[in-house]
Design a protein around this ligand. Structure first.
Ligand code: PEP
Length: 275
């Protein structure tokens, strides 16, 4: 039976989004260094501490193979997946294709997909719904822009994005209740900018999100769902962010590219679950 720490009742997940970075040699180098740097992690802690690497599509197969060499489990996720299982969708990939590679985690609704590639709440919902139905774990990203925060619209935007991208209550509840749906609060103004939400700002937004989950899916779903913070998270600010009661992990871009800094972020996660 899981005995999650009192500080982190939902455990901690540290996920690294490589975006469009790392070729074959860099991927190989990352995993060999990261596996060495995390050799002190105890496999039995993996029910509380999750580690996930999100490489570009073309590195998924290689990354899945290398991840298997780690004594501590490392999940591998896709950065984007189509909601249809197959068909005339040039340039897209499907869930069953990922499953063939042993990949059953996916990121959905990242702000760069929304900003540059036309992702909307509606397409994020289609992806989330389809992927959950196919048995995937989904990390669904939401977050306000700087202008929206300055106009005091953070709660409004989080509400619209979250409720707009969540599956219909019945099926979505299954994803929440078995822990396959993870949310990531990623304020757009903090992504790749070096500006990080303060722990107070992060905690406030995470509380808004958890309350929304409670209202829509009930207490159990709200209590079980991991909500990650993302936006210029680094080994330097990780402890403060992870100390927030409603921050259940980190979604990391820039600082996940180097094995050394990603290992430090994972160590920060291990430290907080040991409290
Ligand atoms: C991200 O892209 O999800 C992200 C959080 O990036 P960064 O850590 O570089 O801000």
């Amino acid at each position: 039976m899981n005995t999650h720490s009192r500080k982190k009742p939902r455990g901690v997940l540290i996920a690294g989004n490589w975006k469009m970075n790392h070729g074959v040699a860099e991927t190989e180098g990352f995993f060999s260094e990261f596996i060495k740097a995390t050799s002190n992690l105890n496999k039995s802690d993996s029910s509380e501490l999750g580690v996930c690497v999100i490489p570009p599509l073309l590195r998924l197969e290689q990354a899945s193979g290398l991840a298997k060499k780690s004594p501590f489990p490392i999940a591998v996720a896709a950065q984007n997946v189509h909601w249809e299982k197959k068909g005339a969708f040039t340039g897209e990939i499907s869930g069953p294709m990922l499953k063939e590679l042993g990949v059953d985690w996916a990121l959905v609704g990242h702000s760069e997909r929304r900003q540059f590639f036309g992702e909307t709440d509606e397409t994020a919902r289609k992806r989330t719904e389809s992927l959950l139905e196919q048995g995937f774990r989904v990390i669904l990203c939401i977050g306000e822009s700087r202008a929206e925060r300055e106009a005091n619209k953070t709660t409004e935007i989080l509400t619209r994005q979250l409720l707009g991208a969540l599956p219909a209550a019945g099926q979505g509840a299954a994803g929440f209740l078995d822990g396959r749906l993870v949310l990531a609060y990623e304020p757009v103004w903090a992504i790749g900018t070096g500006l990080t939400a303060s722990p107070e700002q992060a905690e406030e937004a995470h509380q808004v999100i958890r309350k929304l989950l409670w209202d829509r899916f009930g207490l159990e779903a709200a209590a079980r769902t991991q909500i990650l913070y993302g936006g210029s998270a680094t080994p330097e600010n990780a402890d403060a962010l992870l100390s927030c009661a409603n921050v259940d992990g980190l979604l990391v871009g820039g600082a996940s590219l180097k094995a050394e800094s990603f290992a430090k972020l994972v160590a920060a996660g291990a430290k907080v679950i040991a409290l």
